[in-house]
Design a protein. Structure first.
Ligand code: GDP
Length: 193
């Protein structure tokens, strides 16, 4: 399947400000996990989503259109240490509100750093999605950073950390283009009517 042709629609600070959609997938992960790079990779663009060396700066929900009524949402990265607690709470509420109430939501892609494995916050997010029965797919990023010899062990460790089987996880590298075709196929299938 071809890349996901994303057109930027708008950024919002409130869920209520998002345009209506029929079918949507969302991307979530802690700051610096490689979210912007991955969105650019599956859209086959270079500067669509903003990649930044200052993690946590994008506190907005960004919404992109694939075709009318079909959208991709980039949720703000969580877990950036240098923001005040009150800001963290606001983010948490915004993300939770979105995930619980967005009716068109088909799938949440939860990005986990493939090199460092799930953080405490990633595990919390996964537990929360499970307990709320929100469909989600774990995607391990930066697979190029794991040396070949260590890959089998890393796959097992990361999946165990997420309470999943190794085969449940999609491994990708945005910088080397690994696993992007497969991810594009999955995204098309989640967005299909
Ligand atoms: P975001 O904060 O989650 O949007 O993360 P970014 O996409 O801005 O990436 C954070 C850092 O990880 C940047 O320095 C990227 O160059 C790097 N990065 C992202 N994806 C990959 C990848 O697939 N492989 C490697 N080696 N580095 C990556």
């Amino acid at each position: 399947m071809p890349p996901i042709p994303l057109r930027f629609l708008k950024s919002a600070t409130r869920v209520d400000d998002l345009p209506e959609s029929d079918r949507e997938v969302a991307v979530v992960g802690r700051s610096n996990v490689g979210k912007s790079s991955l969105i650019n990779a599956f859209a086959n663009r270079t500067r669509l989503a903003h990649t930044s060396k200052t993690p946590g700066r994008t506190q907005l929900i960004n919404i992109f259109e694939v075709e009318p009524g079909v959208t991709v949402v980039d949720l703000p990265g969580y877990g950036y240490a240098k923001v005040p607690n009150r800001v963290k709470q606001d983010w948490g509420q915004m993300i939770e509100g979105y995930l619980l109430h967005r009716e068109c939501l088909q799938m949440v892609m939860v990005l986990v750093d493939g090199e460092i494995g799930p953080t405490k916050l990633d595990v919390q997010m996964l537990d929360w999605l499970r307990s709320n029965e929100i469909p989600h797919q774990v995607i391990a990023t930066k697979s190029d950073k794991v040396k070949s010899a260590k890959k089998p062990k890393r796959r097992i460790e990361l999946s165990e950390g997420c309470n999943l089987e190794p085969g449940d996880i999609v491994w990708v590298s945005a910088s080397k283009g690994i696993g992007i075709d497969r991810l594009q196929d999955l995204i098309w299938s989640w967005l299909a009517p």
